[in-house]
Ligand binder design. Structure first.
Ligand SMILES: [Zn+2]
Length: 259
């Protein structure tokens, strides 16, 4: 770092969630933190891979209180202190909740812009983690279970990121989707493409593996999730297609090749 740049270092005390960790050299870790006050930041935790009481708490799932020093956006910051603010040991108790929490944290890592405060994303991610922390094991697969909560969060994340999928009408001609009919979602096009418009999509080079077929009740459940509303009648297939839809939409956006 250039000497003059030291003046620009910002110190931040904030709550944070660990969204990723990578080894750096012999003893250090690069940690991706989603922070309440500073959005997504990448910091170096010096000595974190040696026995270090200071950084004993660098686990995902728990809310941390951290002090970070942040130079310019392009440079790695420095993790000064970290402690657990809100432990979530319930998430660790089952593979389903652990998977769902890990999936959500990866989505946020891909969706959140660096150093941009995201208060709604922060709130809804913490609500999801709290819900997963308190979930009874018997509910893992059903509505209200880990995967359904994850998909509901993912649909909200697309809205908050500005990439909401249009699932109420055709993105090309605007024709409303019939209530119970199957529809085809072209993820790169941003939503449903009706049968009449599908022919023109094929000639414009949309690739078929980016299409997802939704049944009526699945589509209505996903629309309700995106609005943050309850709609309890979707079946297990809705969770699988929802996951596929959100995974692909975020993959496209993090690569920057969707419209
Ligand atoms: Zn159409």
């Amino acid at each position: 770092m250039a000497r003059g740049a030291r003046l620009a270092v910002q110190r931040l005390d904030t709550r944070a969630l660990v969204c990723g960790r990578h080894p750096l050299g012999e003893a250090d870790l690069i940690v991706r933190l989603f922070t309440e006050e500073g959005g997504m930041v990448s910091v170096v935790a010096r000595g974190a891979r040696r026995a270090s009481r200071r950084f004993a708490s660098l686990e995902p799932m728990h809310s941390l209180t951290v002090r970070v020093e942040l130079p310019s956006v392009r440079e790695l910051g420095n993790l000064v202190e970290a402690s657990v603010d809100r432990p979530r040991l319930g998430i660790m108790a089952s593979l389903a909740t652990l998977d769902a929490a890990g999936h959500a944290l990866r989505w946020v890592r891909d969706a959140a812009a660096p150093r941009a405060r995201e208060p709604m994303m922060w709130r809804e991610l913490n609500e999801l983690l709290d819900a997963l922390d308190g979930i009874p094991a018997v509910l893992e697969r059903g509505v209200g279970g880990a995967t359904s909560l994850l998909v509901a969060f993912g649909m909200r994340l697309l809205v908050l990121g500005g990439w909401a999928l249009e699932l109420d009408r055709c993105v090309r001609c605007g024709k409303p989707c019939p209530t119970d009919a199957r529809v085809v979602v072209h993820i790169a096009a941003g939503g449903v493409v009706c049968r009449a418009c599908d022919g023109s999509a094929a000639t414009s080079g949309a690739s078929p593996q980016r299409h997802v077929v939704l049944r009526g009740e699945e589509r209505r459940w996903l629309v309700a999730c995106a609005c943050g509303e309850e709609f309890p009648t979707a079946g297990p297939r809705a969770f699988d297609v929802g996951l596929a839809l959100i995974d692909e939409a975020l993959r496209l956006h993090s690569r920057g090749d969707a419209t």
